[in-house]
Design a binder for this molecule. Structure first.
Ligand SMILES: [Zn+2]
Length: 132
């Protein structure tokens, strides 16, 4: 499990570095060291993060942290949906994968609908019917 943990920590580090670079470029006021902020868990710091991070970055950071949590808990590598072992090969490509490929595809399809359809359209076309 160690190599995967290392991978996750490295991904987190790179993500933090990217954010730090950008936050410098956009000169977010009052933010000196994003690395410190990301390592901290205080509420005040979390609010600062909310202002700096894009949704995508927040999501990725959360995925990485979740995976690290699961390693600690010993539930890492099991699909959260159906409980089967996620193939090692998949974890090497997507170390923060929560689901097996089958469940992931179902979830992504659902997310795609939620994301792409305007709220009104979703109401008019229920997901089951949109599938045809
Ligand atoms: Zn599954």
């Amino acid at each position: 499990m160690k190599p995967i943990k290392d991978m996750l920590l490295k991904m987190r580090e790179e993500l933090v570095r990217d954010i730090a670079r950008r936050s410098k470029a956009t000169a977010v006021s009052g933010v000196s060291d994003i690395g410190d902020i990301l390592d901290s868990v205080s509420e005040e710091r979390t609010r600062e993060l909310d202002m700096i991070l894009t949704d995508r970055e927040k999501q990725k950071l959360k995925q990485i942290d979740d995976a690290l949590d699961r390693i600690e808990e010993g539930t890492y590598g099991l699909c959260e949906e159906c409980g089967i072992k996620i193939p090692r090969a998949r974890l090497r490509v997507v170390p923060f994968a929560k689901y097996c490929v089958e469940c992931k595809e179902v979830i992504e399809r659902e997310e795609k609908y939620t994301r792409e359809e305007p709220e009104e359209a979703v109401k008019k076309v229920p997901m089951a019917e949109a599938e045809e």
